[in-house]
Ligand binder design. Structure first.
Ligand code: BGC
Length: 519
């Protein structure tokens, strides 16, 4: 027998074996499979999708007021008067949810659709009916219902009284929650009282529209967070005490978050400071019982230097600490992006650049979504999850928002890649690192009204044609990808736009094939 033939034969056997082994490795070591019971869903919010802003007895919300009276604050001067028209098209939305196969759907209630004046003096039966119909429709298709009581669109009447800066909001919010629990609670699996109070207060009370100057804007932000935490806790206790036993749902706190990655100047201390100011400000009171020490110290000192009579960060009484501590069944997390937290070395005693003393830098090599703030840094989400695991004794964690904006492309390869990369990091943190993550939620089900950016930025996995009076919905590539991910309970490799191959397992085959060709 010719020696080259023997060599070839030997090589072929070895290669066949290694191809088989590679394949088996892909299957058995597959970090892309979601754990049993892991929920995969999508989210939306009332003002961003419903429309029907003044229909059937609905009262004016804060966002109705902003878009109608301060339209210069919105990039395209648009509003949510019609938005996706989900108020009229909710049955179609539910059919889309069914067609994609979502395990859960997260949506929010419009406070003024239920209580038009903001107070509980009059309940609007049409509003209750609308949400009951939607929830019943979702029950028919067996989807886990996740309901946010409040997602930024609080009543304008209450904003006129100071909104979240007014401590009486705590009571008004509890009154509203009671009406919801009484009328809709039996149809809800998971309640979220308030969507990301930390981001809400920062965006609403600390944005560029407000006159800035002596730091008093931050005082409004802290007051807003303080009252929001109290309101959340009161509503958690209300449900826990009076409704949980009969309604059998869960209720939990949802925070926004930003991640980080290692880089020059990013140290364990700078990461911790950044985390405490962004997340600890709300998570620490919920899990540990008060604001983090670093916030109390720095904001107290800086307020002192500003000659204020007291810290801009309010204090909780012991009674409130006890009410807030532990007032959650899980931690809900919204996550999109990361920064490089670096200590501000130009900070001099008495001249703070910010309460945190942290510069949130951006790596110029990071790409961004169409929202400039949304730098794409998948590793960041894993770092946040591991930090939460370590800080708060690994709470059950539901990712309730993660999303990517573009300008509405149907072939949204970049969106698929974003979700693939972020969800891969989530799986790594969960399966490899033991983080107790229970759900991953895509923001958003539909292209919708993106607050100050109007319709210029689209986050949907379904396309909405805002030029058509019908607000026609249609599939994007990401719709199909997500459907397949949910069907297989596996993260499917993102398709490459050029038709080139991608992904680790395929890569192994490609290399093997190259070797075979050489022979
Ligand atoms: C908010 C959404 C918003 C999304 C993208 C989230 O933090 O909850 O309402 O559309 O960010 O900006």
């Amino acid at each position: 027998m010719d020696i080259t033939f023997i060599m070839r034969y030997f090589w072929m056997i070895t290669l066949t074996f290694s191809m088989f082994e590679a394949n088996v490795q892909c299957q058995t070591n597959d970090r892309r499979a979601f754990p049993d019971g892991f929920l995969l869903g999508a989210a939306s919010a009332s003002y961003q999708v419903e429309g029907a802003w003044n229909v059937n007895g609905k009262g004016e919300s804060h966002w109705d007021f902003i878009t109608h009276n301060q339209s210069e604050r919105i990039s395209d001067r648009s509003n949510g008067d019609i938005a996706c028209d989900s108020f009229n098209k909710y049955k179609e939305d539910v059919q889309w949810i069914k067609s994609i196969g979502l395990d859960h759907y997260r949506f929010s209630l419009s406070w003024t659709r239920i209580l038009p004046s903001g107070f509980n003096d009059t309940t609007n039966p049409n509003g209750i009916r609308y949400y009951r119909d939607l929830l019943e429709e979702l029950k028919v298709i067996n989807v886990t219902t996740v309901v946010t009581l409040y997602h930024r669109d609080h009543p304008q009447a209450l904003e006129n009284l100071g909104g979240w800066r007014n401590e009486r909001m705590v009571q008004w919010f509890e009154d509203y929650a009671k009406v919801v629990f009484d009328n809709l609670g039996h149809l809800v699996d998971i309640f979220i009282p308030i969507n990301e109070i930390n981001a809400l207060c920062a965006d609403e009370l600390n944005d560029t529209y407000k006159p800035r100057g002596n730091g008093l804007d931050d005082m409004g932000e802290y007051a807003c967070i303080h009252n929001g935490l109290k309101a959340h806790a009161k509503v958690w206790h209300l449900y826990d005490k009076n409704y949980r036993a009969t309604q059998g749902g869960m209720i939990g706190f949802v925070s926004s978050s930003r991640g980080w990655v290692p880089s020059e100047g990013v140290t364990e201390e700078s990461i911790d400071r950044y985390f405490q100011f962004r997340c600890g400000i709300v998570m620490h009171p919920i899990f540990i019982g008060d604001y983090p020490e670093i916030l109390k110290t720095r904001i107290g000192n800086i307020s002192n230097l500003e000659n204020l009579p007291e810290s801009r960060l309010p204090e909780f009484t012991d009674e409130w600490k006890n009410i807030i501590k532990g007032a959650t069944d899980f931690l809900g997390l919204n996550h999109y992006t990361s920064r490089l937290p670096i200590f501000d070395t130009s900070e001099k005693l008495g001249v703070p650049t910010s309460d945190s003393g942290i510069i949130e830098a951006v790596d110029p090599n990071w790409s961004t979504a169409s929202s400039q703030w949304l730098t794409i840094v998948p590793e960041g989400i894993g770092n946040v999850l591991r930090k939460i695991r370590d800080e708060y004794d690994n709470p059950a964690l539901y990712i309730f928002e993660n999303g990517f904006s573009d300008t509405g492309e149907t072939e949204d390869y970049a969106r698929i890649k974003y979700h693939y990369d972020y969800a891969s990091e989530v799986l790594k943190a969960t399966v490899r690192d033991g983080c107790n993550v229970k759900a991953y939620t895509v923001w958003s089900l539909l292209d919708n009204f993106e607050w100050y950016y109007g319709y210029t930025q689209r986050f949907g996995i379904l396309k909405v044609d805002f030029d058509s009076p019908n607000r026609t919905r249609s599939e994007k590539l990401s719709t199909q990808w997500l459907r397949e991910v949910i069907r297989t309970r596996t993260l499917i490799e993102p398709p490459a736009p050029s038709g080139t191959r991608s992904g680790s397992c395929e890569f192994i085959h490609e290399e093997t094939e190259k070797l075979v060709e050489k022979l």
